[in-house]
Write a protein that binds this ligand. Structure first.
Ligand code: FE2
Length: 310
């Protein structure tokens, strides 16, 4: 597609669809501007804490995005691409974020409900991780908490009545807020776990998000209790104490996923248990670990999280 775009001398890209559509457009924009192969332009993370960010300085062809899912990917400066051997490459350039994003609930009406559910779990996870990522700040906290409230209220409403246009609009707004969150706060352990599952086993990003999110929260709980209490309260957990609300946050997220019909175990997604150690090794080289509030220096720790989710 990038060769065709270059031959046509395109001066504008329009994506209609989910994160794959906008990420493809961003990938084309990188190749048009920077030349070479995509793999020459990705960020490189070396554990435990060395992140080499590629500076993609050349101007990029502008993107107009019409999202049809709830990932919020079009809002972000990031995109990903999977190599033939299953490794997810990540790119980051503020000139890649869509210049215009058109949020129209009608554009989502024909999307299968299962896609809306799984991508909602992706957008929701962006907010949860944004609340405890090392890149967080008070502005992203406000955006993330509002998006958590919107997702928690609107997705069950849409599942009960897929014709509910107001619920669709709220989910779109929540997804856009979540995109703003990760554009600034970034994502952490949870998304690294999902990237490896997607790259190695072709598990859909949203389905992986749904399964792994409570487990990543439990792993990070001892250093993120105040943030997890905020998440629990935003989801309607009626518990006054910080400590007990925080302890209930991951269960609240797992319950939310179950209620809307999202998957709950890796085995149900066809992930082979005996290959989890290899996925855990992949995770060690994902740049998201750089932003995790708890340092992760061994694949053993990651494997334990995968095992709990299997
Ligand atoms: Fe995501």
């Amino acid at each position: 597609m990038a060769v065709e775009a270059r031959n046509l001398a395109v001066d504008l890209l329009v994506s209609v669809g989910g994160g794959s559509a906008s990420d493809s457009a961003k990938g084309i924009a990188i190749l048009l501007a920077e030349g070479g192969a995509l793999a020459e332009h990705c960020d490189v993370f070396t554990p435990p804490d060395r992140l080499v960010h590629r500076d993609l300085r050349r101007p990029k062809v502008p993107l107009i995005a019409v999202p049809t899912t709830a990932s919020g990917a079009e809002m972000t400066p990031g995109c990903g691409a999977t190599t033939p051997d299953g490794i997810k490459l990540k790119f980051w350039d503020h000139k890649l974020a869509a210049r215009v994003v058109l949020l129209d609930p009608e554009a989502t009406a024909d999307v299968p409900l299962a896609i809306t559910i799984s991508t909602s779990m992706n957008g929701f996870a962006h907010c949860v991780e944004g609340l405890y990522s090392l890149g967080k700040n008070p502005v992203t906290d406000a955006l993330a908490l509002q998006a958590v409230r919107l997702f928690a209220g609107a997705v069950p409403r849409l599942v009960a009545d897929p014709a509910d246009r107001a619920a669709r609009g709220k989910i779109q707004a929540a997804a856009a807020l979540g995109g703003m969150v990760i554009s600034n706060a970034r994502t952490a352990l949870h998304h690294t776990l999902c990237h490896a599952l997607g790259g190695r086993f072709r598990v859909g990003h949203g389905d992986a998000n749904a399964v792994m999110l409570p487990h990543a929260m439990r792993f990070n709980l001892d250093v993120t209790a105040p943030e997890q209490a905020q998440i629990a309260w935003a989801m309607g957990v009626a518990d006054q104490s910080d400590e007990t609300a925080a302890a209930r946050a991951a269960d609240a997220v797992a319950g939310f996923a179950k209620r809307i019909g999202a998957p709950g175990r890796l085995r149900d997604l066809g992930v082979p248990r005996d290959q989890l150690p290899a996925a855990a090794e992949d995770v060690l080289h994902d740049r998201g670990l750089y932003f995790n509030p708890k340092p992760i220096t061994s694949a053993k720790l990651i494997l334990a999280v995968y095992e709990a989710a299997w």
